[in-house]
Design a protein around this ligand. Structure first.
Ligand SMILES: [Ca+2]
Ligand SMILES: [Ca+2]
Length: 366
């Protein structure tokens, strides 16, 4: 055995199924945030702060719209494990109040409107760009319901008091981010709604348009998609360029010229780049005088079907054994297996015998 092959076998052992799924964490700043004002067509798309809650004057409300771009940050097929949205309270004139995040169901805008640092009344919205209380995009692209289109059930609620970062973290936020990760086109972010009952609840928060340290942060931890067994094997022997070239990494290709195609090399847990004619399935006459075949079966190849067939005329074939999805082969033949770490050397023998007998192994994807 060459040193190279030993190294590859060690690699293979390290990648055995049952390893912990790899987790990764990303922290994102908003792609957009904005305030909508219940008493006006004002907005605050580019201001350094946003507002949410009930104000004292006229019993009016502010709500915050906030969205994050997940594309390119969370690979397809990932499982979202935890989500925390942190938003910094910049000014708190109202004391402890609950603030809830609801998933928005319609796209909306962040334009150039900017009411400055203390502008709690907003400024006129930028046409076609800013969201307002009545419009997802001012003017004329209305929300279905004034104040924003969102899921009534909150995804997360936190009691917020005092200045500094406040956190929201819940199963609802995990579900939202998972859904957006699965389908980017449904990601319109959240609306942050403070208590809108009788008491004043308004707070001023730092937006994405202010200083970096104070911007909202969305932290998502997710488990990366696990490679299939075929992908695990392919990654061992082909680089990224080769994986995109069917003439190199395709199932039927035999670049090493030993008669073992890539699919068979996977089935037998071999290096497809090496010339290994000695690894071909071997027909023999067994001690009972029956025709038999030895071959290697990779128990991890849960996407393959192995079938051994016997014939007396090369026309009519009878199945002796089959293994589907990595299970122990069964059938009418005499079947035995010699265990290796992840492979089995399978011996299947005919039980009929005769002067002219042919045996074959078929391997095909499930
Ligand atoms: Ca903004
Ligand atoms: Ca080959």
């Amino acid at each position: 055995m060459s040193p190279r092959l030993i190294v590859l076998l060690l690699l293979s052992a390290l990648l055995l199924p049952g390893n912990q799924a790899t987790a990764d964490t990303v922290t994102l700043e908003p792609a957009k945030d904005n305030t909508i004002f219940s008493e006006s067509n004002n907005s605050d798309g580019s201001g350094p702060t946003f507002f949410s809650g009930r104000i004292r004057r006229f019993n009016n409300f502010r709500r915050t719209l906030i969205a994050f771009d997940l594309s390119g940050s969370i690979p397809d097929g990932s499982i979202v494990q935890s989500v925390t949205l942190s938003i910094r309270v910049d000014r708190d004139p109202s004391g402890p109040h609950n603030y809830s995040l609801h998933r928005l169901t319609r796209d909306w805008g962040e334009g150039s409107s900017n009411s400055g640092t203390s502008g709690g009344l907003g400024v006129p919205a930028q046409s076609g760009a800013d969201a307002t209380w009545n419009d997802a995009f001012f003017n004329g692209n209305n929300w279905s319901s004034s104040g924003g289109d969102f899921i009534q059930q909150a995804s997360a609620t936190s009691s917020v008091s005092g200045t500094g970062f406040a956190d929201w973290s819940s199963a609802g936020l995990i579900a939202d981010v998972q859904a957006w990760s699965n389908s980017q086109s449904t990601n319109f972010g959240w609306i942050l709604i403070g208590e809108e009952g009788n008491s004043v609840s308004v707070k001023r928060f730092n937006s994405r348009n202010g200083s970096s340290a104070n911007r909202p942060k969305l932290t998502v931890t997710f488990a990366l998609p696990q490679p299939t067994n075929r992908e695990r094997w392919q990654d061992l022997y082909f680089n990224e360029d080769e994986l995109g070239m069917p003439e190199v990494s395709g199932d039927d290709v035999d670049r090493s010229g030993d008669g073992i195609s890539n699919l068979l090399a996977y089935a037998f847990d071999l290096d497809p780049r090496l010339f290994q004619p000695d690894k071909l399935p071997t027909p023999v006459i067994d001690s009972n005088g029956f025709l038999s075949i030895d071959f290697i079966r990779d128990t991890r190849a849960d996407d393959l079907l192995y079938i051994v067939e016997i014939s007396s005329d090369l026309i009519s074939w009878t199945e002796l054994a089959r293994s589907s999805g990595g299970v122990i082969p069964t059938g009418t033949g005499t079947i035995s297996e010699t265990a290796g770490a992840t492979t089995r050397t399978v011996t299947v023998s005919d039980t009929v015998g005769g002067s002219r007998r042919f045996i074959r192994l078929i391997v095909e994807p499930l």
